[in-house]
Ligand binder design. Structure first.
Ligand code: CO
Ligand code: CO
Ligand code: CO
Length: 306
């Protein structure tokens, strides 16, 4: 599985029992705290392996660091945050590479494994499936509010907690259910990743916008116009395939296109299993939300926001 159909990671079958999953991601800082940034960047990089139904095995650090402008301690704290998340994932750090660069960036290359018959893609959604999301959205709007110094301490803490949470727990629970398709929500925003699922699965998707979980105050900030440029770019790019109920609030729609850092898993599964999945997430202290359904067969795959 590679470049012909866009998915979260590359998959290479080694033998009947094992396929390799390979992915690479890195970010520029999203918080003032280097330790938190390290956790978030690592969780973000590991997420694509979970989205493919796999388990991360080994990781390597990738670092671009402005050694003349920032103290070495910033790098050490970032790597410490990353390592804590690597340990939590159960993967082993086996190396890495760093270069001097004017703009600080950190992330991981991740190698995972999966049973070749259990690979989850964004192409398998079936008519009548429920669509589940495992983290609230709004991190792009929140980052804009943080830069504008309008976000409260509570807002920042919630965003950091959401972004640094591994998708490991949700991925483990997916193994107990018949999952038809899965991806994670990142830069294209919820709507963009839904459209990739719609296109890949050749189905229309209906989303009940009011059921989509949002970070606290994200809607207020979006109403104030604190919407990142990336959200407008996403909207422009994905709008031709999106049917938006004209009665929807503009800020609520903007949030559907808000680019996410280290977002949750987006899952389609038999609607009869959806409630049980949500309840099971509570048993590990996490949440999941049923936000919509997979509709009819369709050549392009439309997204309908109501
Ligand atoms: Co992804
Ligand atoms: Co990725
Ligand atoms: Co090297």
């Amino acid at each position: 599985m590679g470049l012909d159909s866009p998915d979260d990671a590359g998959v290479y079958k080694l033998n009947e029992e094992t396929a390799l999953i390979q992915t690479l991601d890195f970010l520029t800082p999203v918080t003032d705290s280097p330790y938190e940034f390290g956790m978030i960047a690592a969780a973000n990089s590991l997420s694509d392996v979970y989205a493919m139904g796999g388990e991360p095995i080994t990781v390597m650090n990738i670092v671009c660091f402005p050694s003349c402008d920032l103290p070495e301690e910033v790098l050490a704290e970032t790597l410490r945050g990353g390592l804590d998340k690597i340990h939590e994932s159960g993967a082993t750090l086996v190396g890495g590479h760093s270069v001097d660069d004017p703009e600080f960036k950190y992330g991981l290359s991740v190698t995972g494994i999966v049973n070749p018959d259990k690979v989850l893609t964004n192409t398998g959604a079936q008519k009548g499936d429920a669509v589940i999301l495992t983290k609230p959205i709004g991190t792009g709007v929140m980052a804009t509010a943080i830069k504008a110094r309008l976000a409260s301490k509570e807002n920042i803490e919630e965003a950091v907690a959401v972004m640094s949470m591994l998708n490991k727990g949700a991925a483990g629970i997916m193994k107990e259910y018949t999952i038809h398709s899965c991806t994670d929500v990142t830069g294209f925003g919820l709507a963009g990743h839904l459209l990739e699922m719609a296109k890949g699965s050749r189905k229309d998707i209906l989303i009940h916008t009011e059921k989509v979980p949002l970070l606290k105050n994200a809607l207020d900030f979006a109403n104030m116009g604190l919407v990142p440029a990336g959200a407008h770019k996403n909207r422009k790019f994905f709008e031709p395939l999106t049917r938006i109920d004209p009665a929807l609030d503009r800020a609520a729609v903007d949030l559907m296109f808000d680019p996410q850092t280290s977002g949750g898993l987006l899952i389609s599964l038999d609607k009869n299993q959806a409630r049980a999945f949500v309840e099971k997430m509570k048993t590990i202290g996490q949440e999941a939300w049923i936000i919509g359904e997979i509709k009819d067969e369709s050549i392009t795959g439309f997204l309908q926001l109501i």
